[in-house]
Design a binder for this molecule. Structure first.
Ligand code: IMP
Ligand code: MG
Length: 188
């Protein structure tokens, strides 16, 4: 894989300033909703990392962190089949905790549907979902999203935590990949 950005970047969809402004808004909203609740933020690795670290700096309420990694496999294309598994589980006991899942993107919904089921079975006080990006057009399983950064069109995006074959997660913006140049087979 060539690692020159201009091989892959069609256009910037959400510039860095736009991300930061929206995340500040989300931070205010979440802070207001979680007063006195000491939430546990669960970041879904690896794509949620940039969003998590920026979001937590905008939170005015005490909170703790944990991480979970899940994998969804497609048929060698941009599809999520609905077969999801845990690659890395939490270290925290979430019983009676107010849990806020922090995710990069919800596409078909299969990944988030699975995560919510797994977490609900552990007896948390509440489970809410915060996703930076939402591709509603692609939804196959309904998931109740509490906080959405941006509703985006059905285009494959990367940057700001989202990768192309593990690269480009460091980009400060979300970009659209050029059509035909990249077909991910496994997405974490
Ligand atoms: P879902 O199970 O189809 O909702 O897929 C969710 C996961 O697929 C996300 O957590 C991402 O890891 C990955 N994904 C979906 N769409 C994109 C995209 O446009 N760019 C990068 N990763 C994506
Ligand atoms: Mg993800």
């Amino acid at each position: 894989m060539k690692l020159a950005l201009d091989e892959y970047l069609l256009e910037v969809l959400i510039p860095a300033e736009g991300l930061q402004a929206r995340i500040a808004e989300l931070g205010r909203e979440i802070s207001a909703d979680y007063v006195g609740k000491n939430p546990l933020l669960i970041c879904i690795l690896r794509g949620g990392v940039m969003f998590l670290t920026d979001l937590m700096r905008q939170l005015a309420v005490p909170h703790t962190l944990d991480f979970m990694a899940v994998s969804s496999y497609g048929a060698g294309a941009r599809e999520s089949t609905g077969s999801v598994r845990i690659l890395m589980d939490l270290a925290t006991d979430i019983e009676h905790r107010h849990v806020l899942i922090v995710e990069d993107i919800i596409d078909t919904g299969h990944t988030m549907h699975y995560i919510v089921q797994v977490l609900q079975a552990r007896g948390p006080a509440s489970v809410r979902i915060c996703t930076l990006l939402n591709k509603a057009e692609r939804r196959e399983v309904d998931v109740p999203i509490d906080y959405v950064g941006f509703d985006i069109p059905n285009k494959f995006v990367f940057g700001y935590g989202l990768d192309l074959d593990e690269y480009f997660r460091n980009l400060p913006f979300v970009g659209v990949v050029k059509p035909g140049v990249f077909l991910p087979s496994q997405r974490v």
